[in-house]
Design a protein around this ligand. Structure first.
Ligand code: SAJ
Length: 416
């Protein structure tokens, strides 16, 4: 059976781009979201968050009548579940959104559909999602040997980099992990309508782990850079120069230190591995702890810099979790600004963040935080704290370097 109609459940940072690109490839796509504002925005051809080039795709697909948003699923040949899988208090995965998606999807199934989980998930989650669907629909089966209509269930993790989603959706290789080989093949048939990268088939648990391992690999390597930055600071060495020089070795490629690891992926996914093998995942856990400790280390640097001043003015540059995006989720920069505002109630914290137009909710409770432009921050800050190396800040490098500066990103360091 060919796939012509697709339902995408969850119109967030992954679901909406995927829905838009499928529609752009000629399929008829319904995007489903519990948030009515998101549904309305998409139906107006608008994107409720910033991602380069996405707006053009959404506008075009809606205008062409190939993309529509709705509050509840409608019958389709394939469904893609792209809902959040956050972490709970003890770092264990919260699959409640996947469960809710399975429940809402189940009544529309008639048999023969392909159901894909894209959300980053712990090993076994795809099978669990299939189980939740079958709990609602015992008349369906995953097994061709049963005398019941079948559904095909697969795990297809996204691996796109925020800020480059529309490019990487097309160019990255993809992993398709089926509960059955046939499910993986059907998933490949769907994704190859837009994916120019290689599509590699495996089982669902290996695919689930692949996604977690990719992000853990990056987390461990960033932790190495962050640990180096703390050691280098202790012994008076410029970590940026140190890394630049070490990276001249043909087999060394150290990443960049920063104020901590943010976003909703790299700071979360390694914990899903720790959760399934707590005694074995020692390096992965330690890397998380090293990266999570970095914002506090930066805070102490600021504390030292303003020691002795009763009411310092602290200028902070950047709130986003990484450069050139407006995403503040799990951002170490937000955490550091929050801590500065809370630790120094007499301080004035001036924030420069060209990607937002108001003090965000995470900081709204503090009366001593203001969003200002760079000229005010430069003129009034007793200490300047660079938290995100947005391209928009590059022109400030010389001015910043002449002031009392804590440069957590090495933006003012010698060229790399
Ligand atoms: N960071 C550093 N130093 C570096 C690189 C990154 O401190 O050298 C920090 C960033 O500032 C940011 C955090 O790490 O706070 C994460 O940023 P990122 O650019 O490494 O990754 P994400 O979270 O935007 O996207 C990652 C990507 N995963 C990998 O590169 C292995 C992306 O491909 C995944 O699709 C995405 O997670 C996801 O959705 O899981």
């Amino acid at each position: 059976m060919g796939i012509n109609k697709v339902g995408v459940i969850g119109l967030g940072y992954i679901g909406l781009p995927t829905a838009a690109i499928l529609a752009d490839s000629g399929l008829s796509v319904t995007g489903i979201d519990v948030d009515l504002d998101t549904v309305d925005a998409v139906n107006r051809g608008e994107v409720p968050f910033v991602e380069p080039d996405l707006a053009g795709y959404v506008k075009g697909a809606v205008a062409a009548g190939r993309l529509r948003a709705a509050h509840a699923p409608e019958p389709a040949d394939a469904f893609i579940v792209a809902v959040p899988t956050p972490m709970m208090g003890e770092h264990e995965p919260d699959l409640s959104y996947v469960r809710a998606a399975a429940k809402v999807l189940a009544p529309t199934l008639t048999g023969g559909e392909l159901v894909i989980l894209e959300s980053t998930s712990p090993p076994g989650a795809t099978r669990q999602m299939a189980g939740w669907i079958l709990d609602e629909r015992p008349d369906l089966s995953l097994d061709a040997a049963d005398d019941k209509p079948m559904i095909h269930v697969a795990y297809c993790p996204e691996r796109v980099l925020p800020g480059r989603v529309m490019v990487e959706l097309v160019t990255n290789d993809r992993i398709m992990g089926g509960l059955t080989p046939e499910a993986a093949e059907r998933a490949r048939d769907l994704y190859q309508v837009f994916c120019q990268g290689e599509i590699l088939l495996t089982d669902s648990v290996t695919a689930e782990m692949t996604k977690l391992v990719e992000n853990s690999f990056r987390d461990v390597n960033i932790a190495f850079a962050n640990e180096l930055s703390v050691i280098a600071d202790r012994i008076g060495v410029d970590v940026w120069e140190l890394i630049r020089l070490a990276n001249r070795h043909p087999r060394v490629n150290i990443l960049q230190p920063g104020p901590g690891v943010g976003g909703h992926c790299i700071a979360v996914d390694p914990w899903f591995i720790v959760d399934v093998a707590p005694e074995k995942a020692r390096l992965i856990r330690t890397a998380r702890e090293v990266n999570d400790a970095k914002p506090r280390w930066v805070l102490h640097k600021v504390l030292d810099a303003v020691a002795g001043s009763a009411s310092p003015v602290i200028a902070a540059y950047g709130l986003a979790f990484k450069p050139n995006i407006d995403d503040l989720r799990e951002s170490p920069a937000v955490e550091i600004v929050r801590e500065m505002a809370a630790t120094f109630p007499n301080a004035e914290v001036l924030v420069v963040e060209p990607h937002v137009d108001a003090v965000p909710v995470q900081l709204a409770e503090f009366g001593n935080v203001r969003l200002v432009d760079a000229s005010e921050a430069l003129a009034r800050g007793d200490v300047q704290v660079l938290l995100v190396d947005h391209a928009a800040f590059r022109g400030l490098a010389e001015d910043l370097a002449r002031r009392r500066l804590i440069d957590t990103r090495g933006m003012t360091a010698a060229p790399r």
